[in-house]
Design a protein around this ligand. Structure first.
Ligand code: ADP
Ligand code: 5GP
Length: 205
C-alpha cells in the first residue's frame, strides 16, 4: 500500500516572510505547493495560477457552493480558499503538499486532517514585522494597520501549532523548516505501514 502524502501547513503574520520562505522550499527542495484562490487584487509581479487563482467574489462564492474548497476564510475584506482537487490528488499520490494559509484556515485543516503538520513562521520582533510589511510596499497605510490588527487576533492561536520557526536569517529559516518537515516524516506514527512490513518480513524468516 502506498504511503499517503503529508499536509504541511505554514502560517505567520502578514509580512513575516512566509511567502518568501515557501517559494524557497519549493525551489530548493522541490516541495509541492497548493495554489489558493483569492478575491484580492494581484500585486505587481503576481501571476494568475502561480501565486494565486485570482477571481471575483461571484466566482469564489460559486466555488464555495460547489464544495470546491477544503477550507476558506475571509481575511481583511477578501476571500481566500484552498482548492480541494489538487491537494487530494497530491496526498493520494503519496506526495507531501504545503499550504501557506492563515490561522483560521490552519485550524480547519487540523480538524479535517489531524495528522497535518502545522508550522508557524515568526519574525524576530514586531518592529521587524512592521518594517518588512511597509518595506514590501504592496499595501497602503490603512491596509497595513488592518493586517497588524489581524496579527493580534492570530497570535491567540500561535501555541496550537506544532512548531514555531523564527525568520531572522532567511537561509537559516528555510533550512530549519525543511528539517522540521523531514523530522516529521520520520515519526513512527507516520510510518506504521513500513513498520508492519518489517514485522511481516521477520515472521517469514
Ligand atoms: P508574507 O508572505 O509573510 O506576507 P513576504 O514573503 O511577502 O511575507 O515578505 C515580506 C517582506 O519581507 C518582503 O519584502 C521580503 O523580501 C522580506 N523578507 C522576507 N524574509 C526576510 C528576512 N529573513 N529578512 C528580511 N526581510 C525578509
Ligand atoms: P496575502 O494577501 O498577503 O497574499 O495573504 C493574506 C493571508 O491569507 C496570509 O496569511 C495567507 O497565508 C492567507 N492565505 C492565503 N491563501 C489562503 C487560503 O487558501 N486559505 C486561508 N485560510 N488563508 C490563505
Amino acid at each position: 500500500m502506498m504511503k499517503k502524502g503529508s499536509l504541511i501547513v505554514i502560517s505567520g503574520f502578514s509580512g513575516v516572510g512566509k511567502g518568501t520562505v515557501v517559494k524557497r522550499l519549493v525551489s530548493d527542495y522541490g516541495y509541492d505547493l497548493s495554489i489558493s484562490a483569492t478575491t484580492r487584487a494581484p500585486r505587481e509581479g503576481e501571476v494568475h495560477g502561480r501565486e494565486y487563482f485570482f477571481m471575483d467574489r461571484g466566482e469564489f462564492e460559486n466555488l464555495i457552493d460547489y464544495g470546491g474548497f477544503i477550507e476558506w476564510t475571509q481575511y481583511v475584506e477578501n476571500y481566500y480558499g484552498t482548492p480541494k482537487k489538487y491537494v487530494e490528488e497530491s496526498l493520494n499520490q503519496g506526495r507531501d503538499i504545503i499550504l501557506e494559509i492563515e490561522v483560521m484556515g490552519a485550524m480547519h485543516i487540523k480538524e479535517q486532517y489531524p495528522d497535518a503538520l502545522l508550522i508557524f513562521i515568526a519574525a524576530p520582533s514586531i518592529r521587524s514585522l512592521k518594517d518588512r510589511l511597509a518595506g514590501r510596499g504592496t499595501e497602503n497605510e490603512a491596509t497595513i494597520i488592518k493586517r497588524l490588527k489581524k496579527a493580534t487576533e492570530e497570535a491567540a492561536d500561535m501555541d496550537k501549532y506544532d512548531y514555531i520557526v523564527i525568520n531572522d536569517d532567511l537561509d537559516m529559516c528555510v533550512s530549519k523548516v525543511n528539517s522540521v518537515i523531514e523530522s516529521y516524516a520520520c515519526r513512527c506514527n507516520n510510518n506504521l505501514q513500513f513498520i508492519q512490513n518489517i514485522k511481516d518480513e521477520l515472521k517469514r524468516i
